[in-house]
Design a protein around this ligand. Sequence first.
Ligand SMILES: C[S@@+](CC[C@H](N)C(=O)[O-])C[C@H]1O[C@@H](n2cnc3c(N)ncnc32)[C@H](O)[C@@H]1O
Length: 324
Amino acid sequence: MGSKFVSHVSWVCPWLVRTGRTLATYSVLGLFIAGYSDSIIEVHLVCKSQRDRVDSHRRPDARPADPGGGEAPGRPAGVVAPPRNADFPWDEFDTTAYLRHNYQTLRSDDQQILELVRDFFADSLPVGGAKGLDLGSGPNLYPALAMLPLCDEITLFELSNSNVAWLEGEVPNYRHTWDPFWQLLCERPRYRAVGNPRQELARRASVESGSVFELPEDRWDVGTMFFVAESISECPDEFDEALRRFVGALRAGSPFAAAFMENSAGYDVGRRRFPAVAVTEDIVRSILEATASDLRLERIGIEGDALRDGYTGMIVACGHAGIA
Ligand SMILES: C[S@@+](CC[C@H](N)C(=O)[O-])C[C@H]1O[C@@H](n2cnc3c(N)ncnc32)[C@H](O)[C@@H]1O
């Protein structure tokens, strides 16, 4: 009996020690996981939201996009900054797809914009020998055509190499799809006086490659910027800066017209996704009021034929650079 007890104790004790050690290990591990689970979940969520952002820049069958956004320096860890202008592949902007989708025919929203801008420029004082700026022209010639009677020179200022190449090929002899746009402008005599717009655009317009964020100040006398400031970044501060730089590039008193997509969620061009800042009339007005005068803003709603999903209308702003 005595020796049996001793043999039981000698077997049970090491078992207790082993089990105790295992239990202790699991308890410590449990406490560790409980203590850090919030951080682990947080890290996972940040990584996922970062991945989702990057994925949203490309269509499923497109080449991997450059990473957009990220943790901004100086921000608390885990706060993801919206992607900036430089995060997008502007040289891969599919000029042909954009042109076909937007300007193959004269849409009713573009017609309303062009009428507003035409009447504003037609009533502007003649500016002798004026230099015009169309900022972020892309594959759109109608802002430059709208400035034609006022300008001896027009700069088509553009960042994307694909759009620069298209503009250089188009300006010397623009295609006939722009004729309905010119006919609409010719309802005002100032435009009819131009004579041959195809020849005059070829003679007066030139293409300049560059970024709005490096635009020189006080260089031009008339300006247009259509669907650019809000459609080149997801950062509201870059929208603000682009709009201010556009107005700042014009000499005081210069007439300008700018158009914006309202509440845009971004847009596809061919197989690429490009960004937007969701702006409203109030936001546009609040920035322009600090830099321009004689402001007139108009909102153009969507009437049946939306251009695409993910916007609520268009905004047109006309005014004069500088505070009166
Ligand atoms: C939505 S498109 C608008 C094109 C054209 N103005 C229109 O009315 O359809 C935006 C344009 O801004 C250009 N862009 C993007 N980043 C720019 C930058 N930093 N400086 C100047 N242009 C830029 C793009 O290449 C593109 O042509």
